[in-house]
Design a protein around this ligand. Structure first.
Ligand code: NAP
Ligand code: SF4
Length: 648
């Protein structure tokens, strides 16, 4: 299996790129988190190289202050930021990489900073922002076009190798194109031609500034996925207009931030939007980039081979594995740490105002404080428990050069991740399991299955460090009747679905309760009632994925009950007291099967003898703290020990 098509050079304007992969734009929130910008430079440096992506597109860089997409945005109008960009480009060029500056204006999606206000083609508020924008005047629109041009000139001056104009995802340029957001009746709106005037004027002004050889990329919305927005026919016409205006490469974006259709989550099949890129490719002569849920180099190669696109944009996959392309080049596909499209540590972090990282690669975004360096003092590390935290502890300790022994009480690695793979749409966790199995083998970790060692046995291994990662067990709530035969724990339900009856009551509506309900809706015609005492369904789930899962569960007829007390589990249902505005009411929720998804408790390991013997012991993952445990925290906990200088 080779990626022959991926490693073919391609001509983009006056530049030949050595391969067909670009690292797509991501706002990683590392701007301004340290004094000298090393955080962002280290992040790009680790991914750049003559054997890395042929182009790295920056996160959006604002062309005007009111267009910034959040705090700590870089802007071409700030001298300090331009000096930083020059230094960053010098460093990335030294590492053998190429950088494209993404010229950005958020329009009505911008954060309204005090005194700045948001602007848009028309004063129409987006459903996902808190403030209405102000409609730009005609004079302001003309001034803004010149700001794009000036920003492009500045980008060239500070060493960028290419320009990408952000024209999709519902940002300002996209807002001008769409009849939903552009309801002007002057020369900048009204009919389709006039709605295209702003983007086309920007392209021409940029081309005028940067000359004919500098590659100009246009990120074009292949499908807005917003009712009544730009039609497919208009999109294809616009793609041709963009080409005629002087763009060298069209990068196809999908969906707006406010779309109610998942565009990049696990629920989207791999390369699910490639047919849209293909339609655009068929409409124009310039090369076209496909994006969204392309997380596998072999798949990317196939898309190019079959003519869906000329290049691929992979963004999150480079968070998950900076060496993705290097490994593909060496045909070491099993070594790739695959992006599982969970959004939990990348997009969800950004929406929470935190720097982006990656669930499967917690070093992402932390390269500057967690440098990869081999230990000069090889230690023996014993890890107890081979779930997510334990596998990562073992892998990262072995990666820095320590000898690692990993004890696992069952006959397989993965712990709770094995359960996650059974949830519809979460099959990508199989890639994470494949990665760990392969890496632990490659790094010669001594894995001892089917055994929990005693303290005496561990001491025989002469460890310098013991990592306890014994994980969690499901909590059994103290509800009368919990030991009846039709009551199952969530691991039992996922492993033995054939035992589950038609009417199902789930106790607990956190992430696992919701996942279980999803699992059951795909299993057959179960009638599912999801319950919790207080709070919302799937309350702790990430902002970018929760809405899609919850609306899917409602569509599938899952009933949700809260504000209740569990009284008793009986053989035909669960007796509860419901607290409503009218007072308390007792109710029986009929159920053939009751499933407990009421959180977890830590599985403890007696460390006393090890401590008495003076052996350092660290507890990680669910064994340290069961509440709020998810794969992100477990893997982070396992990795922190090896890379962070502040721990053992
Ligand atoms: P969780 O989200 O903390 O939810 C636990 C549920 O159990 C709550 O609904 C809680 O509801 C209920 N509960 C707790 N103690 C109870 C008791 N004594 N009696 C009855 N009910 C009780 O935990 P989880 O669902 O086990 O998930 C574990 C972690 O994995 C969470 O951090 C979760 O976010 C994460 N996870 C994430 C995903 C994802 O897709 N991102 C998927 C699955 C899990 P009340 O206390 O209101 O009754
Ligand atoms: Fe991919 Fe999840 Fe990592 Fe984001 S956090 S890059 S979606 S694996």
């Amino acid at each position: 299996m080779t990626c022959n098509h991926l490693f073919q050079p391609i001509q983009i304007g006056g530049t030949t790129l050595p391969n067909r992969v670009m690292m797509g734009s991501m706002h990683v929130g590392l701007e301004g988190i340290d004094e000298d910008g090393e955080a962002l430079i280290a992040f790009y440096r680790e991914r750049a190289g003559t054997d890395g992506p042929s182009l790295i597109v920056t996160g959006g860089i604002a062309v005007s202050p009111e267009g910034e997409g959040g705090g700590h945005f870089h802007g071409f109008y700030r001298e300090k930021d331009c000096r930083f960009m020059q230094r960053m480009n010098d460093e990335i060029h030294r590492a053998g990489g190429r950088m494209a500056a993404q010229l950005f204006h958020a329009g009505r999606y911008a954060h309204a900073f005090a005194g700045k206000g948001t602007v848009a083609p028309s004063a129409i508020q987006s459903p996902i922002t808190r403030f209405p924008p102000r409609a730009l005047t005609s004079g302001e629109i003309e001034a803004l076009i010149e700001k794009y041009a000036a920003s492009a000139a500045k980008a060239k001056e500070v060493g960028f190798d290419a320009i990408e104009i952000m024209g999709s995802e519902g940002y300002l340029i996209n807002q001008f194109l769409s009849p939903v957001t552009n309801q002007r009746d002057d020369e900048w709106g009204g009919d389709f031609e006039r709605r295209t005037r702003f983007p086309l004027a920007i392209i021409k002004a940029i081309r005028r500034e940067v000359g004919k050889d500098c590659p100009v990329i246009f990120r074009l919305s292949g499908a807005d996925l917003v009712p009544d927005s730009t039609t497919e026919d208009e999109t294809l016409r616009f793609a041709r207009m963009v080409q005629e205006a002087g763009v060298d490469l069209i990068n196809v974006g999908i969906g707006w931030h406010e779309s109610r259709v998942p565009t990049i989550s696990m629920m989207v099949p791999r390369a699910g939007f490639a047919p849209i890129a293909r339609k655009i490719k068929e409409a124009v002569e310039i090369p076209v980039v496909g994006s969204n849920r392309i997380n596998d180099p072999l798949l990317a190669d196939r898309l190019i081979e079959q003519g869906d696109c000329d290049m691929v944009s992979m963004a999150r996959p480079f968070l998950a594995d900076p060496d993705l392309l290097r490994k593909a080049r060496r045909e070491e596909y099993d070594r790739i740490n695959t992006c599982i499209a969970c959004n939990q540590a990348c997009l969800d972090h950004i929406f929470e105002g935190k720097p982006a990282s990656c669930l499967v690669n917690p070093r992402a975004g932390r390269e500057w404080k967690w440098p990869l360096s081999a230990t000069d003092n090889r230690k023996t590390v014993v890890v107890i428990g081979g779930g997510a935290a334990g596998m990562e502890a073992a892998r990262s300790q072995a990666e820095i050069g320590n000898r690692v022994i990993l004890y696992e009480k069952s006959d397989r690695l993965g712990g709770q991740l094995n359960l996650a793979t059974r949830i519809p749409g979460k099959e990508e966790f199989n890639e994470t399991l494949r990665f760990y199995r392969h890496e632990l083998d490659r790094l010669e970790v001594d894995i001892r299955f089917n055994h929990t060692p005693s303290a005496a046995e561990i001491m025989e291994d002469k460890p310098d460090l013991v990592v306890i990662s014994t994980g969690v067990r499901p909590r059994v709530p103290s509800i009368p009747g919990v030991d009846l035969p039709h009551v199952m724990s969530y691991p039992e339900a996922l492993r033995e679905p054939e035992r589950i009856g038609k009417q199902v009551a789930i106790i607990g509506a956190g992430g696992i309760g919701c996942d279980l309900a999803h699992f059951l809706t795909e299993q057959g015609d179960h009638q599912v009632v999801l319950m919790r005492r207080k709070g919302k369904m799937g309350e702790n789930l990430g902002k970018t994925t929760r809405w899609a899962l919850i609306s899917h569960l409602y569509q599938q007829g899952v009933r949700f009950l809260n504000n209740l007390r569990y009284e008793k589990i009986e053989k035909d249902g669960v007796l509860i007291t419901l607290f409503g505005e009218e007072g308390a009411e007792q109710k029986k929720i009929p159920a053939d099967t009751v499933i407990l998804a009421a959180g977890q408790e830590s599985v403890l390991f007696d460390q006393e003898r090890l401590k008495q013997a003076g052996i350092p012991v660290v507890t990680v993952g669910g064994a340290r703290e069961a509440g709020e445990l998810d794969a992100k925290r477990a893997i982070y906990d396992g990795a922190r020990l090896a890379y962070s200088t502040t721990t053992v």
